[in-house]
Design a protein around this ligand. Sequence first.
Ligand SMILES: [Zn+2]
Length: 468
Amino acid sequence: MRPLERFAAALVLVAPVAAAQAEPQPYPAAEAQTLELTRETIALRSVQGEDNRTPEVAQAYRRALLAAGWSDDDIEIVPVDDTAYLIATWPGSDPSLGPVVISAHMDVVEARPEDWQRDPFTPVIENGYIYGRGASDTKFEASLAVASLIELRRQGFQPRRSIVVAYSGDEETTMKTSKLIAERLRNAHIVLNVDGASGLADEATGAPLYWTWQGAEKTYIDFRLEVTNPGGHSSAPRPDNAIAQLAQAVGRIAAYRFQPEINDVTRAYFEQVSAIQSNAGLAAAMRAFAADPTDAAAIERLRGDVVMNAVIGTTCVPTMIDGGHAPNALPQRATAVVNCRVFPGHDNAEIQAELERVAATPEVTFTDITGDTSTASPPSPLRPEFIDAFAKGVRAAWGDVPIYPAQSSGASDSMWYRALGVPSYGASASFIKESDEFSHGLDERMPLSNIRPGITYYLTVLEELAAR
Ligand SMILES: [Zn+2]
């Protein structure tokens, strides 16, 4: 999960009504194991590059699964470059059925110890939190899911569908293992991506406010814009100035608004979030847009809100600029980077053509510099059997909390599955306060109060999904 994705689609002013909380059952062994696995894996510096300890994270999960009855033949740790991925299968009773996949990643983004108050790779438990790189993204959640799965087996459950733990090793960087895993599991029934979406907790009380699942994500694209020019002395300006031409193109792109769009996931988002949106004008615009995505007044209102603006369509924004080589010389080169978050359903070439048309500056050349780290992906379907399973899990764990779907603006492992037609849903068990959102940042942390209800959530959801 990339920075700020957790709330990227959910940062709305809700009427803060804390739900009547459920009293989830204690599972002492799974609770202890969640904490132990989280500590063990945070202590392993699973960062891309030299001494990448991601394979050891995979080994930690492997040991836990072996001790709980998984067969050695059913656990694979596959090395790829300096990292590795993990695929561990609990065979179902009906091998003809596609498996339920639990997806997460074992790598973390770099953390510089000198910037942190605590050492990022020494897990610390304090004031009800566990601190360390990966606490929220996503070693806690990956450990919670494994410990819950082990608990499910301990209880004697026999899945009809196989349940596969599929943990990637480079989600934060190249996504090479993410792509490989998705290709191997392209027959999956459903992917439960435990890295992505989650619940928002009340700032004062910590009580759950609402829970989201992620059913779609925008595509990430970077374009480099470049103008070259013979240049010359600044005392004798030519009409074709590289900086001026680039600036013209960039200015037009920045001012451009893409055609608003809607899909099943964002329509459900607008319909359901409008009910808990405390700003009446915004709520009305959300409902109007869900009913008619060409409603000009609704579009104008939603564009005035930075979060909503990102939900209603593609956005492209200049993020870097560079040009010229001396104060007294005509520029020979000027370059800029434009970053796009593309509404599902468009490929890179289509967006590039649209930007070239908008820029209307033929001297500017466009190059797609995104690389292989992103792919276009369709929204996952709103299949009742999946949505009902999530809802049942949430209610068992946290009571009557509002639930709504979201489309996020960034990239998770789900896009590789969706691109192959496999339904994938971001649906983690963590509720955090907005002020506790530190993934990728300093002093990343996770409230330990998520452990107990989280186990109930995973037991319920996995049992639902694997039994049919
Ligand atoms: Zn992540």
